[in-house]
Design a protein around this ligand. Structure first.
Ligand code: AMP
Ligand code: ZN
Length: 465
């Protein structure tokens, strides 16, 4: 299996530290708002990576954080905490906001068939661990206390910019852009590990520490959560390309200074989803969510397909025209896969041939668009029986996760949908008249046809059983 490693800037053979189990860390969401479909592009890519590893026979131990404290409105050490700002605007507590958007985030995971990592850790759970890590960094001379905050001293490292391949001067300009110079730092690239002083004094969540009442910087959480659950050596760390600097650069700095050795071997980054204004981002407020696409009538899995049609290392431009095309392709694809009949016996030679072809594509730095071509080749192979086709589709869908053999509401025609909705109306009327016998009969009749009714606060909804 080959993967592009940002650290070496090369496509490399993937060799895990322990051949039986891959340790994988994913930067999770900052839960002050809904995830937008750009964020979700990164999580789809990471899902494909985990499933590709599993398809290759590895076990994967995967950890993700939930940023519920410490991520400031600028990537540098200035601005307000994003969580606090959102809580103030919505007149809620920070933890209520975090819970609401964390739940919404994982609902999007379900809709997009993204597997939930085994371990999910909110940043606020491990405050005492961050404090211990910072104490060690100070003791080793990598961190210093200055006017209320603890900073990481980037000048103590041989190569702080190892991940970016940038020259220090260029990066420092980047750091400075629109950011006030912090006179308390020894070097402009230094970053905060622990805040007790900020010009935004109304931080709701604060903890006691040896440096005073305060809160952690954003980067420390990922280093600490990863080391706590996955140990001193990590195989893969992923995120979107915007995380390369400063977030992942700072993670490497503090983790390796703490450990005294190399921490993570492969850094995998997903390129951005852009709209007409450039990178889709939460902070500019104008973004698309999966729920919004659903409200417009799209199947979330059409968006997943749209992501898989392009390479994760290329920028992807979102337009509704592109999504319409993906939706049409998805519908046609499912018409084909759902019409396959279990006829014939397994053709072992062809099964192994196509499986191998598929594996070659996904193992080639996750070339999902070529993997989809293999799927089309299977479906259009006139010499291949349908039973073998079904088995191949089932196998490929372990990675693609497009529900290719599962009927759902999107696969029903308009006549059937009207019929179901008519029955629901009749059932509601029967319930109003306290005619529960008729109401139950209608429910059972639909259930026999594979339609499950659910009564919710907003009324009766239905899904394919
Ligand atoms: P956040 O919730 O902002 O901390 O971001 C969550 C994940 O989404 C991170 O891995 C980001 O790098 C990634 N991300 C943010 N914006 C985009 C985008 N427009 N396209 C793809 N990934 C993104
Ligand atoms: Zn992170």
């Amino acid at each position: 299996m080959k993967i592009y490693n940002t650290l070496t800037r090369k496509v490399e053979e993937f060799i895990p530290i322990n051949k039986n189990i891959v340790k994988m860390y994913t930067c999770g969401p900052t839960v002050y708002h809904y995830a937008h479909i750009g964020n979700l592009r990164s999580y789809i890519m990471e899902d494909i990576l985990e499933k590709t590893l599993i398809y290759n026979g590895y076990k994967v131990d995967r950890v993700m954080n939930i940023t519920d404290v410490g991520h400031l409105s600028s990537d540098s050490d200035s601005g307000e905490d994003k969580m606090v700002k959102s809580a103030k605007e919505k007149k809620k507590s920070v933890l209520d906001i975090a819970k609401f958007y964390t739940d919404a985030f994982f609902k999007d995971f379900e809709k997009l068939n993204i597997k939930k990592p085994e371990t999910i850790e909110p940043a606020t759970n491990l405050i005492s661990d961050y404090i211990e890590l910072i104490k060690v960094l100070i003791k080793k001379g990598y961190a210093y206390f200055s006017n209320g905050n603890v900073y990481f001293d980037t000048s103590k490292l041989k190569d702080y910019y190892v991940l970016t391949n940038h020259k220090e001067d260029e990066m420092v300009v980047g750091v400075r852009q629109g950011v006030e110079k912090d006179p308390n730092k020894k070097n402009q690239a230094d970053f905060v590990l622990w805040f007790t002083k900020s010009k935004f004094e109304d931080q709701e969540l604060k903890w006691e520490s040896p440096w005073g009442l305060g809160y952690p910087g954003w980067h420390i959480e990922c280093s600490c959560i990863s080391m706590k659950h996955l140990g001193e050596y990590l195989d893969i760390h992923c995120g979107g390309v915007d995380n390369i600097f400063p977030h992942h650069t700072n993670e490497i700095a503090q983790s390796e200074a703490y450990l005294g050795h190399k921490w993570c071997n492969y850094w995998v980054h997903c390129e951005h989803l852009n709209d007409k204004n450039g990178k889709m981002s939460k902070s500019n407020g104008d973004f698309l969510t999966i729920s919004l696409l659903e409200e417009k009538g799209y199947n979330p899995l059409s968006y997943r397909l749209m992501c898989l049609q392009s390479h994760y290392r290329k920028q992807l431009i979102f337009t509704f025209e592109n999504l319409d095309n993906a939706e049409q392709t998805y519908k046609k694809l499912k018409q084909k896969t759902l019409s396959l009949k279990k006829e014939g016996a397994l053709d072992n030679n062809k099964f192994n041939y196509y499986k191998n072809e598929f594996l070659n594509c996904i193992n080639d730095d996750m070339n999902t668009s070529s993997a989809l071509t293999v799927l089309y080749n299977v479906l259009t192979d006139n010499d291949l029986n349908e039973y073998t086709k079904i088995e191949l589709v089932k196998s490929f869908d372990e990675v693609l996760s497009l529900d290719l053999l599962k009927k759902d509401v999107h696969d029903l025609d308009d006549k059937t949908i009207l019929y179901i909705e008519e029955k629901i109306k009749l059932r509601s009327k029967a319930k109003e008249n306290k005619d529960y016998l008729t109401a139950d009969k209608i429910r059972d009749e639909l259930l026999n046809k594979g339609i499950l009714l659910k009564d919710t606060k907003e009324g009766t909804v239905w899904e394919k059983n």
